[in-house]
Design a protein around this ligand. Sequence first.
Ligand code: NI
Length: 226
Amino acid sequence: MLLQIPDVLSADQVHYFQTRLAVADWVDGRVTAGYQSARAKNNQQLPEQSAEARELGDIVLSALGRNALFMSAALPQRVFPPLFNRYEGGQAFGTHVDNAIRSLPGSGERLRTDLSATLFLADPASYDGGELTIEDTYGMHRVKLAAGSMVLYPASSLHHVAPVTRGARLASFFWLQSLVRSDAQRTILFDLDIAIQRLNGKDGAETEAVQLTGVYHNLLRMWSEP
Ligand code: NI
């Protein structure tokens, strides 16, 4: 499932992020790349342990915790602390697949990357290029979203970021391990959840809504790996 989640951050939060990131110290993005992706990657990142990355990352995580669409679609178990990147002056990230396993900073605990997320932080009119292109069996999907909006996609997908030829593209990106490993099963649960929410708003459908909610939880019990 490839899902756009609008307005993860408010306009005020986006403005605060842009102000903080404008004066941050950026480093070569290859610091978090694996062997293959380091050859394709040409961008800048905030150091993982920098004060800005930790502070802004926490704001992203708490916004996501309150976002019903994200919680329903991702069913997050463990989330990697959000990272931040910037592309400008022709910088790009060639086609690659994200590492399957990541070590969580600090604890060293491991996380399986089921889903990848990119939260766009620059006004799309302020830069040219920089589309995130995700490949799946339905073709190529070009994504360039409003500042504050996010795309969630299976981490197993090949993807690339087109060269930024004017202005600067700012984004936060991270991975997560889901309670439900299979993208197909997670998609069924998400579709069912949306249908139940629609049914909940209808008079005379209470019994059916309760029964389907039971089905949802029984599927989640069967498919989740806590
Ligand atoms: Ni990637």
